[in-house]
Design a protein around this ligand. Sequence first.
Ligand code: TXA
Ligand code: MG
Length: 323
Amino acid sequence: MSPTNPRILPYGTAAIAEAAALIRAGGCVAVPTETVYGLAANASDSQAVARIYEAKGRPSFNPLIVHVPDLEAAEIIAVFDDAARALAQRFWPGPLTLVLPLRPGAGIASLVTAGLDTIAIRVPDHRAMQALLDASGVPLAAPSANASGGISPTRAEHVAKSLAGRIPLVIDDGPTSAGIESTIVMGRTVLRPGPLSERDLFSGEGRSAGLQRESPGNATLRPSPEHPVVAPGQLDSHYAPGKPLRLNATIRQTGEWLIGFGAVPGDDTLSIRGDVVEAAANLFDALHRADASKAAAIAVAPVPEIGIGVAINDRLKRAAHPR
Ligand code: TXA
Ligand code: MG
């Protein structure tokens, strides 16, 4: 195909060293996990995370899953209760993602959590992803490594085809074993079904130390034959400021906090040089700052519908019309 195809390197020392160097330089790299191939970037680097969305051409910012080498590393980022810790001890490393309160000061880019105060986190059971975590030394945000709207990749060739011209490197370690994305759990609720079933997770829990039984009455989102699968797209809980938000503003009106972009100055700016990737990286932090300001309302300068600008505008429109 075209010369812009990403390089595909077989898993090994050389591939991991090159991938880790790219990650440390703020880039993103496709790497297999036991579920699907992920597009990984440093979860602490907001611009690196913005590049994930840019490469996928995602029209909106869903919160991403953060991958860490072990439970100890996860506890630095998220707040575990006894039940969550028991699940982690039983199923990690493995295809289980836990949604937990984000630990304040953990240093995770707000774009990873899409401004939420919770974080989705997992310990992958795959030698390539584990080696990359080890060599790069940072937590890795990684959605599936396909262009937005495409099918999740279970082979390096799927990634190369879907993201040609958009990423530098794919680590190839053959087809993934599980083939579908991890099961996502929040409390006792399965948010996204996956390789581990609800039964795997929650039956026989009485035998596990630390797990408390709860009444099943609060399990409103749990999939069942009567209430099947909750698709991830339906879970778009998102950050909404507590104040009115005006879009496409070029000047500040009375009482407003103006978030600028490019030539439009403001109390704050998404990107003074008009760079949409930088703007995406700053978006949720800027909205939080605007919310925390004394101003009664928020205005945001126009952001061009170019590249990741589409996702920025999607998010801004949702923030302007909270559900
Ligand atoms: O198997 C997997 O989980 C793959 C591999 C690469 O690890 N990763 C993956 O990531 O599927 P991603 O980013 O495509 O899945 C993110 C999903 C979101 O669509 C959302 O449903 C959920 O995780 N999610 C993330 N953060 C959340 C949060 N704070 N609250 C609720 N759901 C969250
Ligand atoms: Mg996906």
